[in-house]
Design a protein around this ligand. Structure first.
Ligand code: ADP
Length: 782
């Protein structure tokens, strides 16, 4: 049974887990994937942020490096230029040329002084291919590498007069990009019309007086491009140096592309224009307005590619510096990482969802297997339960029929007891009468005694069979009370004494004064008498019986020992079985084989133990042990014995006639009763055969006493009693039950119903007469 319930519990556990897996796995997995997704997204964003931060820092470095390089370059050039301020050779030549300018301006281009000045500067490699100007105080260019501008107003004086004015005041100035007056070659050696150009201008002194100004053209394209080339940090990054109008002061790798795409002429100076718009690029637009900044979102560069950029504007030089890098290429590493992370995430999603799916599928499969298993299990249980209930049903039926049989047996025994007692009553009753009759001849006396003895044995047998059947049915009532077991034992010994005397058996006893036990004293008496009578019965002439009682550890031990026949060891185990007799050779010994069975039951029902030791031919010892009742629990003992003999002292007044009504249907019993009542000469006996007749009689003729049989035809003795108690004029009449219903509960029931006494058949003449005399005497006492 526990196996099945274990299986079931296990099954329910698994089913629960499977259900949990089914219903909770999906939300858990989805939550897990969302969390992983969020983390991956955060990771990607971090990479993007870091990548952009690195790019911006590189762009800023490039911008600053270019700004520093250009500043340093101009500073170096400035130093170099100022070295010519007081060069005597140059001063002499300039003075000569100034004279030509002053005296014959038309000869200025062909003067000897101009040639010498041009030769003077030829030796400075640094200015090869560039140009210089000697500017007269009237702002006319009086000398230059090329003849074309000589004799005209110098372009610095035209485009930046304020700066030139500063030179005449003694300062060396850097002229920010202005438009060149002549075409200049770009890095591809193409001539560019009016490209932006820069100058360094310093005064030429003569004894502290400024006689002219010397200007050197800065070769921006050549020099600045070197810097920007050096600071390029990625093949797809660009650096721009540009002027206020957005014209480039350095080369760009996009040069050719811009020209061909825009269809521009190569002679045009290159500017930072957005090819998709007519304006400057976002970066150049902001920078030329004098703002520094960066853009990491992406904007169109000069060829329309999306770029990140950083820029600064130098107010002093009026030059902008910018670094740009192509957005898509710069972010390539980031895109790569992003692709990996996304791929990894997708992989995780696929694996997780796959696992979930397989989990659900396997759960379903397990669930199905379990379901099948469960069905089989339940079928098994059902089958077993059916078998069990079948077995139960047959058990129940068997129990019911056993109970029926028992009840039938009990009823049978009770009826039999009644039926046997009635004739026995007659036998024993008449025997007693004959015995007391003086006319009985002596020779018949012995026969009568035989009849009486046989009758008594029969009565004992009936009592024992009744007791045994009650014990077997488990309904032997015990009237437990506080008893001095020693007193009971002593009375049992004295009762059994004549039996011992018959065989000349000596009884010796060693007894304490008292041993208080809780027991039914009559049953205790029965136990003692049975053991004692056995010790005598199964003993030899002149044998010995010893009773040894002692109290130890609050227990009363009584040993009944004899030196009689003893019992074969093999038979000892079945000694308490009903109807087992161990001495088949001694058929003359009276007995039924029931005594010990009853004895053991009675001992055990009263919390005692019985044991036996015996040796064939040597004798036996039966020991019974009872728990002693503690002294402190002992209240004043109740004496609930009804001793009728006490009433004998109060004999009724013989002179008064008394009338007794006997209600009895059995002729023999009527005869018996009337014979038994003979000694009470003053009694007048009226007999009625039914309760109804009895009642009728009573109403008209109240009597002193009623003797009432119980089992009567028609109204029973109990019903008759009720009627008597209801009728005013006769209700106080004493009614004694005289019946063959001799079982203890019958007696109790009778007394409870209100009978004054309960005399069971076979009637013991002495107690019968005592009881009658008592009630006749006390009848009118109220
Ligand atoms: P009964 O005496 O009526 O036969 P019991 O149940 O009292 O029935 O005893 C059963 C049997 O046990 C007896 O027939 C007898 O053989 C044996 N027995 C009982 N007591 C003794 C004893 N003291 N010594 C020897 N045998 C005994």
């Amino acid at each position: 049974m526990s196996d099945w319930s274990d299986h079931l519990q296990y099954k329910y556990k698994i089913q629960k887990n499977l259900r949990l897996t089914k219903y909770f796995a999906a939300p858990i997995v989805i939550t897990f994937l969302i969390i992983i997704g969020l983390l991956a997204n955060e990771f990607i964003q971090n990479i993007e942020r870091d990548t952009k931060r690195n790019i911006l820092s590189s762009l800023n470095s490039v911008v600053n490096a270019n700004l520093d390089a250009v500043s340093m370059h101009i500073y170096n050039l400035q130093e170099f230029t100022e070295r010519f301020q007081n060069e005597s050779e140059l001063r002499t030549l300039v003075n000569e040329q100034l004279k030509v300018h002053a005296t014959s301006p038309s000869n200025i281009k062909g003067s000897e002084a101009l040639k010498k000045i041009q030769q003077y500067f030829e030796k400075y490699d640094a200015f090869k291919g560039l140009g210089f100007f000697i500017i007269a105080p009237d702002n006319t260019s009086i000398a230059s590498r090329r003849l074309v501008n000589i004799g005209t107003k110098n372009l610095i004086a035209i485009q930046k007069p304020a700066l030139l004015k500063k030179v005449w005041e003694g300062e060396t100035v850097v002229v920010p990009p202005i438009l060149s007056d002549i075409p200049l070659k770009d890095h591809n050696h193409h001539l560019v019309d009016n490209p932006p150009t820069m100058f360094l201008v310093t005064p030429i002194f003569e004894q502290g007086r400024i006689i002219a100004a010397l200007s050197f053209r800065i070769n921006t394209i050549r020099d600045f491009s070197q810097f920007t080339e050096n600071t390029r940090f990625q093949p797809y990054s660009d650096s721009y140096i540009f002027d206020k109008r957005g014209y480039l002061l350095n080369n760009t790798r996009h040069h050719d592309q811009i020209h061909s795409a825009a269809g521009r002429q190569t002679s045009e100076p290159l500017s930072l224009h957005d090819p998709q718009a007519t304006t400057l690029t976002l970066m150049a637009g902001l920078a030329t307005q004098g703002t520094n900044g960066n853009n990491m979102e992406g904007y169109s560069n000069i060829i329309g590619t999306s770029v990140f950029g950083s820029w600064v504007w130098s107010d002093k030089l009026e030059i902008g510096f910018a670094a740009e890098t192509e957005k898509e290429k710069a972010l390539e590493t980031y895109y790569m990482s992003r692709r990996w992370v996304i791929a990894l995430y997708i992989f995780t999603v696929i694996v997780t969802l796959g696992s979930l799916l397989s989990l659900v599928i396997s759960s379903n499969r397990t669930f199905n297997i379990l379901h099948t298993f469960n069905n089989e299990l339940e079928k098994n249980i059902e089958d077993k339960t059916k078998d069990l209930s079948k077995a139960n049903l047959s058990l129940q039926k068997a129990k019911e029929s056993a109970e029926l049989a028992n009840t039938a047996k009990s009823t049978f025994l009770s009826n039999m007891s009644h039926e046997l007692r009635t004739p026995l009553n007659a036998v024993l009753g008449f025997t007693q009468i004959i015995k007391t009759d003086e006319n009985t001849p002596n020779d018949q006396f012995e026969i009568i005694e035989e009849i009486e003895s046989a009758g008594k044995i029969l009565l004992k047998l009936i009592d024992e069979i009744l007791d045994l059947s009650k014990i077997e049915l488990g309904n032997l009532p015990l009237n437990t009370e506080i008893v001095n077991a020693i007193e009971t034992l002593e009375s049992s010994i004295s009762m059994i004494k004549p039996l011992a005397d018959n065989k000349n058996i000596t009884i010796s006893a060693s007894l304490p004064e008292t041993a208080i036990v809780k027991a039914d004293s009559l049953r205790l008496h029965q136990i003692f008498v049975n053991l004692l009578s056995n010790a005598i019965k199964y003993n030899n002439e002149n044998g010995k019986v010893n009773i040894d009682a002692s109290i130890d550890n609050n227990k009363l031990d009584i040993k009944f020992s004899d030196n009689g026949f003893g019992i074969d060891a093999k038979q000892l185990s079945s000694i308490y079985e009903p109807f087992s007799r161990m001495h088949p050779d001694h058929t003359d010994i009276e007995g039924t084989g029931i005594g010990l069975a009853i004895t053991r039951q009675l001992v055990e029902q009263q919390n005692g133990v019985i044991s036996v030791k015996s040796e064939l031919g040597k004798g036996s010892t039966f020991t019974i042990t009872f728990p002693c009742f503690q002294e402190d629990k002992l209240n004043s003992p109740t004496d609930n014995l009804i001793a009728f003999s006490d009433y004998k002292k109060n004999k009724p007044d013989n002179k008064l006639n008394k009338t007794i009504l006997l209600v009895e249907d059995n002729e023999t019993n009527i005869k018996l009763c009337s014979r038994m009542l003979k000694p009470l000469e003053y009694v007048n006996l009226i007999v009625m055969k039914t309760a109804e007749d009895g009642l009728d009689y009573l109403h008209d003729n109240p009597v002193d006493l009623v003797l009432m049989d119980i089992n009567l035809p028609g109204m029973t003795g109990f019903q008759a009693l009720k009627e008597i108690r209801k009728s005013n004029n006769i209700k106080n009449t004493p009614v004694i039950a005289v019946t063959a219903n001799a079982m203890k509960e019958d007696v109790e029931q009778g007394l409870n119903a209100g009978f004054e006494d309960y005399i069971s058949k076979p009637i013991d003449m002495n107690s019968f007469l005592s009881s009658i005399e008592f009630f006749l005497n006390s009848k009118n006492k109220e």
